[in-house]
Design a protein around this ligand. Structure first.
Ligand code: AMP
Length: 279
């Protein structure tokens, strides 16, 4: 696996590969890699000739400075995992490499109402930061296909919109959420849970399953209230429990014919977890 720290070197390498007719798959991450990330790499290897993974803890998408400071960094272990997975290229830029213009300011992306609800409402500026870094990475890597996880459901919708806004030609491939044996969605933040918190964290999965099992009920308000009550009883502080149209993310309160998604964001101790289930 080639490791590049500088954008110019990565670009030169990828330009050559493209000229040689290779299709490029891209998996952007913030590192502390787990099986969920590696599944994206494996899927990218099945779809494209040359797979690039980036590891960059993007400061502009953290609305909470403590969350940024505590974000786990495990570059050596990550490099070994990517090598074992068969990834071809790892891009490991510094903050100065990605933001030579500085962190302040930057473009504004019109994500419309998508940015005003759920994660957008609870993490002001988060999706602008996601848009800014994904745009930069896409301009650099120019992938044929971009692989992202359903775990970050709203982020996938934002990136889809970003592709429309920028006209960049990458095709977005959304991969299913990889879970631990007890149902907890794999996340880099899970390592920050204490053993007791880790044992209780599966409640998010149970609550999402509870919602999907009761989706035929006429009124979703009591369902959401009960899901919230269960999370609180399990020691969580929920940011939101929501049921939405899976195509538009508009909240819904009654059964519909189309696909729905149940979404939860909740804090356990000082770790904020998100998960969702489409049905
Ligand atoms: P992150 O490193 O958390 O920014 O995630 C990088 C990519 O991996 C994003 O596209 C995430 O949606 C995806 N991802 C994170 N956790 C999982 C998971 N448990 N299953 C599938 N994809 C995931």
């Amino acid at each position: 696996m080639y490791v590049f720290k500088h954008a110019a070197d990565l670009k030169a390498y990828l330009d050559n590969a493209r000229t040689a007719g290779k299709s490029i798959g891209f998996v952007p991450t913030m590192g502390a890699l787990h099986e969920g990330h590696l599944q994206l790499v494996t899927t990218a290897l099945e779809h494209t000739d040359l797979v690039v993974c980036s590891i960059f803890v993007n400061p502009t998408q953290f609305n909470d400075p403590k969350d940024f400071e505590k974000y786990p960094i495990t570059v050596e272990a990550d490099t070994a995992k990517l090598t074992d997975a068969g990834c071809h290229v790892l891009f490991l830029p510094s903050v100065a490499e990605m933001y030579p213009e500085g962190l302040a300011g930057g473009p504004h992306y019109d994500f419309g109402y998508l940015e005003t609800l759920l994660e957008g409402a609870h993490r002001p500026g988060h999706f602008q930061g996601v848009g800014r870094i994904v745009h930069k990475l896409l301009q650099l890597v120019m992938p044929d296909q971009l692989f992202m996880g359903q775990k970050d459901f709203q982020q996938c919708m934002i990136v889809k919109r970003l592709l429309e806004i920028t006209g960049l030609p990458a095709q977005l491939v959304i991969c299913p959420t990889k879970r631990e044996a007890d149902g907890l969605a794999m996340s880099s933040r899970n390592v920050r849970l204490s053993p007791t918190e880790r044992a209780g964290a599966t409640l998010i999965y149970k609550v999402l399953s509870y919602i999907t099992e009761h989706h035929a009920e006429a009124d979703y308000a009591p369902l959401i209230a009960e899901a919230t009550r269960r999370l609180e009883a399990g020691g969580f502080v929920p940011d939101y429990v929501a049921i939405a149209d899976a195509e538009t993310l508009q909240p819904i309160f009654h059964p519909t014919s189309g696909k729905q998604v149940a979404l939860v964001a909740a804090k356990l101790g000082d770790v904020r977890l998100i998960d969702n289930m489409v049905y």
